[in-house]
Ligand binder design. Structure first.
Ligand code: NCD
Length: 305
């Protein structure tokens, strides 16, 4: 996104100044009267193409586009569209770019969004690709931390869960690399972060890996919990071995700092127990809410309005 006004493919393309620009635009969006906000992208069209299931990313983009005066159209389940007849991703993207001003793509393959941006006539926003990239989620996560904690620099952030398969983890780590943070990565041994995908992250953040949350929980300002990505396991047996291996419940919260917050990109399965929802630490639904505003700000920036 050079710097804005083009595609948004990877969080790695955004430096600290660009992130701060999105956050400032989001603050302005949230403060804007609804009638003024509806002028920001009035009449513009968002096209979406989802080759993997999604609830929040697609709906928050649609809600975001509506809030800035535009409309959305697209394919929520591309696997059952003409792709089934054998239409290529390239043709589908070319076609959709005739009907829209910006495209949001979610796809199981790494590199899919970059490829789409090369054949599309309009900017492409990566709505989640493969196991490495989910830039708009990372922006939403960083915005939530900044908004709920007042800053990002100086915080201790724990990330727990399926660090091997979760793309939100990689995007968040790259985003956090622009700040001065202390990161703890906690996971069962088979779900540790992939060393081959962390070469660049290591240059920016010094993180500690652990398989026991108890070693870190009392120091954390932010605990970011992720789901085990069952669909990305090559073998169901391997999934069954780690299922239920970590649960954040009231016992964990009892050991956390009073003002610490718990985040989750959602969907949540059983890794956060339902009784945590009403605790003052829980901010994952607020996080989902902020996602609509960060995406509205991004649409404004990408569309140059
Ligand atoms: C995430 C994803 O698609 O990677 N979902 C989302 O956009 N919030 C997280 C997940 O599926 O676990």
């Amino acid at each position: 996104m050079g710097r804005f006004g083009g595609s948004l493919i990877s969080i790695k393309d955004l430096d600290r100044d660009s992130l701060e620009e999105v956050f400032a635009a989001t603050d302005r969006m949230m403060a804007m009267p609804a009638a003024e906000r509806r002028e920001v992208c009035r009449g513009r069209v968002l096209g979406y193409l989802f080759y993997e299931p999604s609830t929040r990313t697609r709906l928050s983009f649609e809600a975001a586009m509506a809030s800035v005066g535009g409309s959305s159209l697209g394919i929520a389940d591309a696997a059952s569209s003409s792709a089934q007849k054998g239409e290529s991703l390239a043709d589908t993207v070319r076609m959709l770019s005739m009907y829209s001003d910006v495209i949001v793509l979610r796809h199981p393959l790494d590199g899919s969004s970059r490829f789409a941006s090369e054949v599309s006539g309009v900017p492409v926003i990566n709505g989640g690709s493969g196991t490495e990239e989910h830039p708009t989620q990372a922006i939403q996560d960083l915005f939530t931390i900044r908004r709920e904690k007042g800053r990002i620099d100086g915080l201790k952030v724990g990330i727990i869960g399926d660090l091997k398969h979760g793309r939100t983890v990689y995007s968040l780590l790259h985003g956090l690399g622009n700040y001065d943070v202390d990161v703890r990565l906690v996971s069962p041994e088979p779900l540790r972060i992939r060393p081959d995908s962390t070469y660049e992250i290591r240059k920016k953040i010094d993180y500690v890996e652990s398989d026991d949350l108890a070693d870190h929980v009392s120091e954390l300002d932010v605990l970011y919990v992720t789901r085990i990505q069952r669909e990305r396991f090559p073998d169901e047996e391997e999934y069954l071995k780690v299922r239920g291996s970590y649960v954040v419940g009231l016992d964990v919260l009892g050991r956390m700092k009073k003002d610490s917050i718990v985040l989750h990109p959602l969907p949540r399965l059983d890794e956060i127990s339902a009784d945590v929802d009403s605790s003052p630490h829980a901010r994952y639904f607020e996080q989902a809410g902020y996602g609509m505003h960060t995406r509205a700000a991004l649409l404004g920036l990408v569309l140059g309005s």
